[in-house]
Design a protein around this ligand. Structure first.
Ligand SMILES: [Zn+2]
Length: 51
């Protein structure tokens, strides 16, 4: 599975539940940035490298 962010081809590592945007499946780098925002819940994908 790939990161959902446009232009990013990295392997998805985490499923983020974002109160204002819904669920996004992203790579480690994008996940680390987004999870610092208030209210975002990170659900690691099984077998992925997270955090
Ligand atoms: Zn990414």
């Amino acid at each position: 599975m790939e990161c959902e962010k446009e232009g990013c081809r990295a392997e998805a590592a985490v499923r983020l539940h974002i109160p204002w945007a819904g669920v996004e499946t992203v790579c480690t780098a994008h996940g680390r940035a987004l999870v610092q925002q208030d209210g975002v819940v990170a659900e690691p994908i099984e077998g992925a490298e997270w955090p």
